[in-house]
Design a binder for this molecule. Structure first.
Ligand code: PMP
Length: 467
């Protein structure tokens, strides 16, 4: 490197995957990855994206069936979002949001308040899903102090829940793979069994099971009356927790329970918001309004890091006072309300409005269900489950007992490898193969996806032996 920080010039020839992989592995540390795995399966350098397709430097194309970690809604390089961002770039890229404001941030806040369930009237921006959750936790806790109930210091969560990776959000979740190592650093939470329908009894419907699972929540809130700030849940789908699903009845009854115990309800719709479960927000299916709603991922259509925590006027008013009372919410992130992120979000909301996206998604959801229907009878498929544009196939050693495969066998990884070879980006969660595609996927592409998943599942389970 010379003193201007320039790297030595590289030979002028077309860049190939291998060139970038070598450079990548010399400097990058990838998220959620045992880097040694890359000795066998190198990262794939992506040159460009268009619609559902990603293209690497060797010219291979991959259908992005996981919407690049559940963020992309309307395809890569969407012309409408691109145009909005290009225009915004010439106006304002970013400005401090303390003491200053700008049109994209306030327009987005207005539209989110109008679109989200009734009663959510204040919008606090940040820049990712974990911060949206941290903010909800801190606001809830701080609300109770400001409201003269400092004894409320605890949070209640569900088994198998996931709310992010920063320490507060990690503490609020329950997926042991991510949490156990850091346990000594984390606040304690009260964890109650999830209404997850995978665990329903023989002959029990999902709704009956979800309803029954309210009982442990009721007991916990009664036992800890006056100690709890909030209950935090992922409405309808525990995405990082293996795409486990439950019935909307649980949310409706939980809302009543929280009201009875004067406890906040935090709905973390970071993954399920913006049309994923069939409605714009999953809470709509239960007809409820949470006290806090956390949004990120699809908020910008998958373009830029942005998050919003929405809350009620009542919560807001508990912080509104003379400065010297020190009741203000003094929380900040440098990129809060970034103008480009807000503009991308507005362009994405325009698409929802102009294209009747939720109705279109209902058709695509039916197509996804049909395409994977044959898998439901597979000897190593424990369940095919779906909420709207999220469809999951859970692989098991024994279909009858639902005995799982040993996690060390990494069956899902075999599906991942097969799919890459066939031009599809599927990224199973353990042994759960799922589709969460961009909403611009076509019925033909859905069938191709299902075909590749079927082949991958056959391969991955071929040596299982008889159950
Ligand atoms: N909450 C939920 C429900 C999520 O699925 C995620 C991300 N997978 C997060 C929070 C954290 O979001 P981020 O990765 O943007 O911090």
């Amino acid at each position: 490197m010379d003193c201007a920080g320039r790297l030595p010039a590289v030979a002028a020839r077309p860049t190939r995957n291998a060139d970038l992989v070598a450079r990548d592995l010399a400097v990058l540390w990838h998220p959620c990855t045992q880097m040694k795995d890359h000795e066998a399966l190198p990262p794939i350098p992506i040159r460009r994206g268009e619609g559902v397709w990603l293209e690497d430097f060797d010219g291979n194309r991959y259908l992005d069936a996981v919407s690049s970690w559940w963020v992309n809604l309307f395809g890569h390089a969407n012309p409408r979002i691109n145009a909005a961002l290009k225009a915004q770039l010439d106006e304002l890229e970013h400005v401090i949001l303390a003491g200053f404001t700008h049109a994209p941030a306030l327009e987005l806040a207005e539209r989110l308040v109008a679109l989200t369930p009734p009663g959510l009237e204040r919008c606090f921006f940040s820049d990712n899903g974990s911060t949206a959750v941290e903010i909800a936790l801190k606001m809830s806790f701080h609300y109770w102090r400001n409201a003269g109930e400092p004894g409320r210091t605890r949070f209640v969560n569900l088994t198998n829940s996931y709310h992010g990776e920063t320490l507060g959000a990690l503490a609020a979740g329950d997926v042991s793979l991510y949490k156990t190592t850091y346990e000594p650093l984390l606040m304690g939470v009260l964890t109650v069994p999830s209404p997850d329908c995978w665990h329903r009894a023989a002959g029990e419907s999902c709704a009956e099971h979800s309803r029954r699972m309210l009982e442990p929540m009721r007991e916990t809130l009664e036992r800890h009356a006056g100690e709890v700030c909030a209950v935090i849940v992922e409405p309808l789908v525990q995405c990082a927790g293996s795409m486990r699903m439950y019935d909307p009845i649980y949310l409706r009854l939980l809302r009543e329970l929280c009201d009875r115990h004067r406890v906040h309800l935090i709905a973390d719709e970071v993954a399920v918001g913006f049309g994923r479960t069939g409605t714009l927000f999953a809470c709509e299916q239960a007809g409820i309004s949470p006290d806090f709603l956390c949004l990120s991922k699809g908020l910008t259509g998958g373009y830029l890091p942005l998050a919003a925590t929405l809350t009620t006027e009542r919560v807001y008013q508990a912080f509104y006072d003379d400065y010297a009372t020190l009741r203000a919410f003094l929380h900040s992130h440098s990129y809060t309300g970034n103008a480009l992120g807000c503009r991308a979000a507005l362009a994405s909301l325009d698409i929802f409005e102009q294209d009747d996206v939720c109705a279109h998604n209902r058709e695509l959801s039916r197509e996804m269900a049909q395409a994977v229907a044959p898998l439901a009878e597979h000897p190593h498929v424990g369940e095919v489950r779906q909420h709207g544009m999220i469809l999951a196939v859970e692989l098991v050693r024994d279909r009858k007992t639902r005995e799982p495969y040993a996690w060390q066998e990494r069956r899902g990884l075999r599906v991942y490898r097969h799919a890459l070879g066939r031009g599809v980006l599927l990224r199973p969660l353990g042994d759960v193969v799922y589709f969460m595609p961009p909403y611009v996927i076509t019925p033909e592409q859905i069938h191709r996806l299902a075909q590749v998943a079927r082949e991958g599942i056959e391969l991955a389970t071929a040596d299982s032996g008889a159950p």
